[in-house]
Design a protein around this ligand. Structure first.
Ligand code: UTP
Length: 405
């Protein structure tokens, strides 16, 4: 791309400010900035964002813990058989920046141990190994990273010998980035020659996996379901055979692990019907009217929150490979160059990041089983350093579950 072409591309999106320092850059810096402009997908700035005003939202019932208990034995048998036959792959969403933890390392490397080193990754590997040992098989294990954390994630896991997991079954792939804008919709510069970019959300995991050339593994080895999960829950139950069996035996193309929200404002996406389709509405997109709505029994109607642990059927995933996902705007912290040419570090959110969300896939899957799990056993999120959903609370929950940390 030439300078003139870059300028024209920016003009189309009203973002010429990104060339403000062009003349001050070295030849290498100039070429690099032009390459960034060429590679950046600015169309996210004008993409359709999620609006739920026109949608009909109604409550959904989950398969409750008590109901699951009744058929747990049969479900587990089917689930373990599916895993043994390689029909279930696991997929870790680890492309996020984890800005709230304030560490420059990938979130999974964060040391959650108290008396010994115990990274979030290690905790999760320990959880998976329990299933591996029970099934006697290693599922294919896909790990999504971003350009910002890929090298460190790979190096760390290799150095740790993948915590005993079969390295031949581990496949990494990288997601794409999206530009970050200020409150006026202008893309920020992180440095004079560096556009501010952040990973474009976890919604693109399947298309990124396909773009990385990994679909042949799926097709050739007969993977039927992906169990996708977030990096930031140290109690995450991965390839849970009962969850797999319950979803398969009841014929669902999709399953979502849900917990009862602790309080209506809790920051969890809510499982519900959206225009009569099982779907997830993000907590910040649910109206107050619905958030506090109660049924005749006095219970909140929208109290099943998702914990980012889903099963997605491959057959259905293939049909939505090219689907357009709505864009969500998340208000986050981003360092930038201000009008006085100084780099400003932020302590408070100041910018919007564009993200597609894996939760939006749920409604595209035609049907989904909300599968209730016990919060204290499976949900210890690590979002912040202290307080709610923090390193501190996750440590307590690990100990409560008898884990040595
Ligand atoms: P979060 O929504 O908590 O985002 O990610 P984050 O970027 O990790 O953290 P903050 O908000 O900046 O503090 C939920 C899960 O989705 C993954 C994360 O790695 C985490 O497992 N994720 C998020 C991606 O894989 N890619 C993304 O672009 C965003």
């Amino acid at each position: 791309m030439t300078f003139e072409e870059a300028k024209a591309k920016l003009a189309k999106y009203n973002q010429e400010q990104l060339l403000k320092y062009y003349d001050q850059l070295s030849d290498e810096g100039k070429a690099d900035l032009i390459a960034q402009i060429e590679q950046t997908d600015f169309s996210v700035l004008t993409a359709k964002t999620f609006e739920n005003e026109d949608n009909k939202i109604t409550p959904i019932k989950a398969l409750t813990v008590a109901e699951i208990e009744k058929e747990a034995e049969e479900d587990k048998k089917v689930g373990l058989e599916y895993i043994r036959q390689g029909k279930v792959a696991i997929l870790l969403l680890a492309g996020g920046m984890g800005t709230r933890l304030g560490s420059d390392n990938p979130k999974g490397m964060y040391n959650i141990g108290e008396t010994k080193e115990l990274s979030i990754f290690e905790c999760q590997f320990q959880n998976i190994m329990k299933v591996v040992n029970e099934a006697g098989a290693y599922p294919y294990f896909f790990i999504m990273t971003s350009p910002k954390n890929d090298a460190k994630t790979r190096a760390y896991l290799k150095e740790k010998n993948y915590f005993g997991y079969d390295a031949n079954k581990i496949k990494f792939f990288i997601q794409s980035m999206a530009p970050i804008v200020d409150m006026n919709g202008k893309v920020l510069l992180e440095d004079k020659g560096q556009i501010a970019l952040s990973p474009n959300g976890n919604g693109g995991w399947f298309s990124s996996l396909a773009n990385a050339g990994l679909l042949p593994i799926v097709e050739e080895t007969g993977i039927e379901y992906f169990n996708i999960y977030a990096v930031d829950n140290v109690l995450q139950s991965i390839a849970d055979p009962i969850f797999v069996g319950a979803t398969v035996r009841r014929g669902y193309p999709c399953g979502a692990k849900v917990i009862k929200k602790a309080y209506p404002e809790e920051g969890l996406g809510v499982m519900c019907y959206l225009n009569n389709q099982p779907a997830v509405v993000e907590y910040y997109e649910l109206s107050d009217e619905l958030r506090y709505a109660k049924g005749e029994d006095g219970e909140y109607l929208y109290y099943y929150g998702v914990i980012l642990n889903y099963l997605f059927g491959v057959k259905e995933l293939m049909t939505i490979l090219d689907a357009d996902f709505p864009m969500h705007k998340a208000f986050k912290k981003c360092a930038y160059i201000n009008e006085n040419d100084e780099i400003v570090k932020q302590t408070e959110p100041n910018a919007y990041k564009f993200e597609t969300l894996a939760t939006d896939m749920v409604k595209l899957m035609n049907n989904c089983l909300p599968f209730e799990v016990t919060r204290e056993k499976e949900f210890a999120p690590v979002k912040n350093l202290t307080g709610k959903d923090s390193v501190d609370s996750a440590r307590e929950l690990l100990k409560l579950n008898g884990r040595e940390i």
